[in-house]
Ligand binder design. Structure first.
Ligand code: ADP
Ligand code: MG
Length: 576
């Protein structure tokens, strides 16, 4: 065959193959248009999993009637004007091909009226051909109706999955956008059944409740971090709330839902060692960065982006998540805490209880300090009451009794916490250095030696006196008093590992991470039999901790079985 330029409708159908793969991709293009048009209300109606109808109505800016036929032409857009705009894109659309593509593989109807226009207009397109244009009286906004999707592309129809799968994809899509745009009031109907409705209040946690239910929403930990012009925000699940797959991990970059394996990897690394193998967190994270840092023009369906400095973005995501996780102290008791210092009867106000739980899950360190309800001398949230030691079991756990039941304490995690807080309390860390009777010599691989060399003065603030002692060799002269019972070489090596993990950590964060690492290495181990005095000392120290319920890495130090729970379990009291 000779070379020919393809007719327009064939070219459109080819382009449509990339942009509209399935009903959910049509829905995505349409809601993105509504969002670009500043809609505050978006309604989506789906019939037969999108095959017979996908309709999106909004109260946005509308399309002037003289531009309506252009909206369905290929490469027609109001969002960019020249190539330079491609690197400062603030809208979700910019390619100007969605409506044209959709129109070439369906029966498309658009009704629209801009705010200032007296009338609206309506056009119809079938298989890419404009079949009707007329004036109509309609409310302000736009309705786009897509019927008989892929009626003229039978091959595409065959590739669609089960209706239930296609329906789910649409639900997933709308749910995510509803979270990302919580200021928009969303409604989704499938076959006339309401699937999702949000209030549009703009409160992200409220949107979480509407989408995931109160139970999950209450547990999600808030992430916020700003670094230069990059902002990371959103919600992640605590380590106690996991899924068996990565499906509930969502990233929005500059308001755009992005499927990006490396962002997911960055997130998973932040949870490293905190989750069991095969378990995954839930997360909805919003990344905002200057448009110039991003190339959005890499994928026809705009589901991928390229970052100018991807390493920076990944490490920032990781740090933001890690920091939120470490600051978060899960609510450990199996029933709400009811103890108090005095023996007066205590009134529990459920609203207060919930408010404090919500507060303590917002990922802020400050919330671990006291939250007092009026006229009530209960313990500050997160702290534990005085405990009576019962003993040690399995050389792993301590058993103790509190005013409200039984406590099982992980001796290793508990000791880690105690050391961690003792370290942080030291006013001037270097006065508490203890010289070794005999200096210890260590050898390190060259890259680690370099890392250690560059951190020697930093370490001296914490009581480590280490000198270079030949190539890749160091002499440990002194270590912090707190660590005097440990093996100096292994402590220093683990410190170097911590430097290795992230080469550009934030100041302040490295400090607590370093201390956490040292404490982990120095804490008593599971399997170590403790004398009664040692057990008691550990308990007493734990009682004085600010955040006794978790180890510095966020794992629980204890399980609390309340009397209330025991009574119910033993059938002494009917369940409420
Ligand atoms: P793009 O979004 O990439 O510009 P589309 O084909 O999706 O391309 O839409 C073409 C144009 O139609 C948009 O640039 C916009 O001006 C207009 N448009 C589409 N949908 C709407 C809507 N819901 N409200 C207002 N204008 C719309
Ligand atoms: Mg668009």
């Amino acid at each position: 065959m000779p070379i020919q330029i393809l007719p327009d409708d064939v070219a459109s159908q080819i382009a449509a193959g990339e942009v509209v793969e399935r009903p959910a991709s049509v829905a995505k293009e349409l809601i993105e248009n509504s969002l670009d048009a500043h809609a505050t209300y978006i309604q989506i109606r789906i019939m037969q999993a999108g095959q017979s109808l996908i309709q999106v109505s909004d109260d946005g800016d509308g399309i002037p009637s003289e531009e309506l036929s252009l909206a369905v032409a290929r490469h027609a857009t109001s969002k960019i004007h020249d190539a330079s705009n491609l690197f400062s894109i603030q809208t979700l659309g910019f390619r100007g091909e969605a409506l044209a593509s959709i129109g070439s593989v369906s029966k498309l109807l658009i009704i629209s009226r801009p705010k200032k226009a007296e009338f609206g207009s309506r056009i119809e397109v079938e298989g890419g051909q404009l079949t009707l244009q007329e004036k109509v009286g309609v409310p302000v906004g736009t309705v786009v109706r897509v019927e008989n999707l892929f009626y003229n592309v039978p091959a595409r129809l065959k590739f669609l999955k089960q209706p239930s799968t296609e329906r789910n994809r649409i639900n997933e899509l709308i749910t995510r956008y509803a979270l990302a745009y919580s200021g928009v009031r969303w409604q989704l109907f499938q076959d006339n059944q309401a699937i999702l409705q949000t209030s549009g209040s703009g409160d992200n946690r409220e949107a979480l409740v509407q989408l995931y239910g109160i139970d999950v929403a209450r547990q999600m930990v808030e992430v916020t971090m700003e670094d230069n012009e990059t902002k990371i925000s959103g919600f992640i699940s605590p380590i106690s709330l996991t899924r068996s797959n990565r499906k509930e991990i969502t990233f929005f970059v500059n308001g755009r839902w992005i499927q990006d394996g490396s962002l997911t990897t960055a997130l998973l690394q932040a949870y490293h060692t905190l989750l069991m193998i095969g378990r995954y967190p839930m997360a909805v994270l919003f990344i905002k960065l200057p448009p110039g840092e991003l190339d959005v023009n890499v994928h026809p369906a705009k589901a991928e982006v390229r970052f100018r400095d991807s390493n920076y973005i990944f490490s920032t995501v990781q740090r933001a998540v890690r920091r939120a996780l470490l600051a978060y102290s899960p609510i450990q008791p199996l029933s709400p805490p009811r103890w108090q210092h005095t023996s007066q009867p205590q009134i529990i106000d459920p609203a207060w209880q919930m408010a404090s739980e919500l507060k303590s899950s917002n990922g802020n360190i400050e919330t671990q300090t006291s939250i007092e309800s009026p006229q009530q001398s209960s313990l500050p949230s997160g702290q534990i009451p005085l405990l009576r030691l019962i003993g040690q079991i399995g050389a792993v756990y301590l058993v103790a009794e509190g005013p409200d039941g039984l406590y099982l304490i992980d001796q290793h995690a508990a000791h880690e916490r105690v050391l961690f807080e003792q370290f942080q309390k030291l006013p001037n860390k270097n006065i508490l250095s203890q010289s070794l009777l005999e200096p210890v010599i260590i050898h390190l691989p060259p890259q680690n030696a370099q890392l250690l060399t560059s951190h020697l003065s930093f370490l001296s603030k914490y009581g480590f006196k280490i000198e270079e002692f030949g190539p890749n060799t160091f002499r440990i002269m002194a270590i912090p008093v707190l660590l005097i019972d440990t093996d100096p070489a292994s402590v220093v090596k683990s410190v170097v590992e911590e430097f290795e993990e992230d080469e550009t950590p934030l100041q302040g964060e490295i400090e607590s991470r370093l201390i956490a690492r040292i404490c982990k290495r120095s804490a008593i181990k599971a399997g170590q039999i403790l004398t009664v005095d040692e057990q008691r000392a550990l308990l007493n120290n734990l009682e004085t901790c600010q955040s006794p319920r978790t180890c510095p890495h966020g794992r629980p130090t204890m399980i609390h079985l309340s009397i209330d729970l025991m009574e119910r379990q033993f059938g002494r009291r009917g369940s409420r």
